[in-house]
Design a protein around this ligand. Structure first.
Ligand SMILES: Cc1cc2nc3c(=O)[nH]c(=O)nc-3n(C[C@H](O)[C@H](O)[C@H](O)COP(=O)(O)OP(=O)(O)OC[C@H]3O[C@@H](n4cnc5c(N)ncnc54)[C@H](O)[C@@H]3O)c2cc1C
Length: 425
């Protein structure tokens, strides 16, 4: 196999939700940046995973995450020909935050264009398989079809969603026996909603469950929502995959197979049994099953549920973490916990993004160092992207000052992200 060598300042491991923003921030700050992504597009769970709902740019109290994520979001909306939502003019809703949706093809193309324009190098279809420290550099090996790449980098941002680099380096990770289920995203279109009667479809669904035609998890939320919800959303974000573990290829393959089997079963059920769905079509299917949690990093600080619910004002806060706790389970479907007071705005401390006992490596995204229940809130996409922007800034400043990222003051990290549009914290 051909070996290719590359030297950069900052290497972003995984170009997903957090990683593509980290790469953009580092490159725009003027350091040579590469992003290695195992899949075929940027933004990970948000795009390839089909979870195209970045929450939340605004709470009902005002902006919580703007910066580079907001720039890409608004640019993609403009290309779509849709107005940029003016959240300040919206009426308060049942949820403490406002939902946003992206058009996946447009968002991916916009993000790619900006990353390339900023001078960052994108390597798709490559898995990081080995990482070692050599003097003041990291030497990162990635494998792709036909090549093995060896990248030298001063700083690494692990944005792999599963703490891949942290695990390769033998640093601490946390993982619970009971984890939230994963999901598989698809969308059934062409349902004639005016023909749907809530009571009738509920009965049909319950009979199918009783007869074994459908299985638990085909519709994720039977305990909290009527089956009509599944039809209202064309099945999107409505399937659970229990015990899924996408942190290795065997688990990812098993989750993809199970997700698609559930999708097909549901499509056949709704078109053959639900009045008003005879002409429905299964048009959209995303490439891979996605996980809500696998391995979290054990950082210099572990964010607790109390930190999240009471919005601890950390000395080293680097971004907001606004969301509610959204806990999915096999037993209950999904439970949500809102803050007592809508003015409470949780934060992420820098220490939760530094693997314990490490230097020149940070993490961003759902692998943040947090207790499982706290992660149920922090893992929202806008928070992951804000962490990515902050760690992109920290890595760039570290390279420019020739010190490890952990020595960069949070004041300077925030100043750089604010220069790039972020909400000050
Ligand atoms: C079903 C589901 C529904 C959700 N609903 C919402 C919602 O409505 N709104 C919301 O805001 N949030 C939602 N979330 C949460 C949110 O989507 C995730 O927490 C977030 O996207 C995770 O971002 P990340 O950057 O940590 O990981 P990802 O976006 O998954 O990115 C990780 C990237 O790293 C790459 N990678 C992994 N390992 C390697 C390797 N070794 N080498 C190279 N590349 C690698 C992967 O291919 C991937 O692209 C949901 C999550 C799920 C699973």
């Amino acid at each position: 196999m051909k070996t290719v060598r590359e030297t950069v300042d900052v290497l972003v491991a995984g170009g997903g939700t957090a990683g593509h923003i980290a790469a953009l921030q580092a490159a725009r700050a003027g350091v040579k940046t590469a992003v290695i992504e195992a899949g075929s597009m940027l933004a990970g769970t948000m795009t390839a995973g089909g979870v195209n709902m970045p929450n939340h740019f605004y709470s009902t109290m005002g902006p919580v995450v703007l910066g580079i994520p907001w720039e890409l979001y608004t640019k993609s909306k403009e290309i779509e020909g849709l107005p940029i939502p003016d959240y300040t003019k919206r009426r308060p809703v049942e949820s403490p935050g406002y939902y946003s949706y992206i058009n996946v093809p447009i968002y991916v193309a916009v993000a790619e264009e900006e990353v390339v324009r900023a001078g960052a190098i994108i390597h798709y279809h490559e898995f990081i398989s080995d990482v070692k420290a050599v003097g003041d550099f990291w030497e990162v090996t990635s494998l792709g079809r036909g090549i093995q790449r060896v990248t030298r980098a001063r700083e690494i941002i692990d944005a792999s969603g599963d703490s891949d680099v942290v695990r390769i380096l033998g640093l601490g990770v946390m993982r619970d026996e009971v984890r939230q289920p994963g999901s598989y995203q698809y969308k059934i279109e062409g349902i004639e909603h005016e023909q749907i009667w809530e009571g009738e479809v509920q009965k049909i669904y319950e009979e199918a469950m009783e007869s074994g035609e459908l299985q638990k998890g085909d519709f994720s939320y039977p305990n909290i929502l009527p089956f009509k919800y599944y039809l209202d959303h064309g099945g999107h974000n409505g399937t659970h995959i229990y015990n899924s573990d996408t942190s290795d290829v065997n688990g990812q393959t098993a989750a993809n197979l199970e997700g698609r089997a559930r999708m097909l079963r549901m499509f056949q059920f709704v078109t053959s049994s639900i009045p008003g769905c005879e002409r429905a079509v299964l048009k959209t299917m995303y490439p891979r099953a996605v996980a809500r949690e696998t391995y979290r990093t054990e950082g210099e600080y572990i964010i607790t549920k109390d930190d999240f619910m009471q919005a601890t004002d950390f000395d080293d806060k680097i971004c907001n973490a606004f969301n509610y706790i959204d806990m999915h389970s096999e037993a209950r479907g999904c439970d949500v916990t809102f803050h007592d007071d809508q003015t409470l705005l949780p934060k992420v401390p820098f220490r939760a993004l530094i693997p314990k006992g490490s230097a020149r490596i940070t993490v961003a995204g759902r692998i943040v160092s947090a207790q499982r229940v706290a992660l149920g809130g922090i893992r929202a996409q806008c928070v992951c992207m804000a962490m990515g922007q902050a760690m992109g800034a920290a890595a760039a400043l570290a390279v420019q000052r020739k010190v490890p990222s952990r020595e960069i003051s949070t004041k300077d990290i925030i100043a750089l992200t604010v220069e790039h549009g972020a909400v000050p914290v």
